[in-house]
Design a protein around this ligand. Structure first.
Ligand SMILES: [Zn+2]
Length: 154
């Protein structure tokens, strides 16, 4: 397993109706072998898995080797993220940070010519950081995983 040192947030900078498949196609058209992101959150909060976390993604130039990329669909310079998207993002971040206890970063922190993940999502960084680290949430997550495991054992 590669070393994970940070999690990056992105937006698709496109309408809410954009799909995982659309983004994948954009990236394939660039000549990439797969979608660049590890996770994509759709307008209704559905989390789709892109590249496996074990594989290096493509999201931030020079900072892909040790990072996980999450893309939330929408243009958050113009619009606000939907509640369902934020809920899914927090739950995904909680799960990821149980395994990789690392900081969350906005893509724009690492580049000068972009606002990604859009100012309305970028401004939520400290909220997302705090919410996805709440101990009670962790406890719930652990219980859910244990329950899943029990179900799987039957
Ligand atoms: Zn980005």
């Amino acid at each position: 397993m590669r070393q994970i040192n940070r999690i990056f947030l992105h937006h698709s900078e496109s309408p809410f109706s954009t799909t995982f498949e659309d983004i994948k196609q954009w990236h394939l058209n660039r000549g990439w072998r797969d979608i660049g992101y590890h996770f994509v959150i759709g307008q209704y909060g559905t989390i789709k898995i892109g590249r496996p976390v074990s594989k290096i993604g493509a999201g931030v130039y020079h900072h892909n080797n040790d990072s996980i990329h999450i893309c939330v669909i929408g243009d958050f310079d113009k619009r606000a993220p939907k509640t369902k998207q934020i809920e899914s993002l927090i739950s995904l971040l909680t799960r990821l940070r149980m395994k990789h206890d690392v900081k969350i970063h906005n893509h724009c922190e690492y580049t000068t010519n972009k606002t990604c993940p859009g100012r309305n999502l970028a401004g939520m960084l400290s909220f997302l950081d705090k919410e996805s680290k709440r101990p009670i949430r962790r406890l719930i997550e652990v219980i859910l995983i244990l329950l899943e495991k029990i179900k799987g054992d039957k």
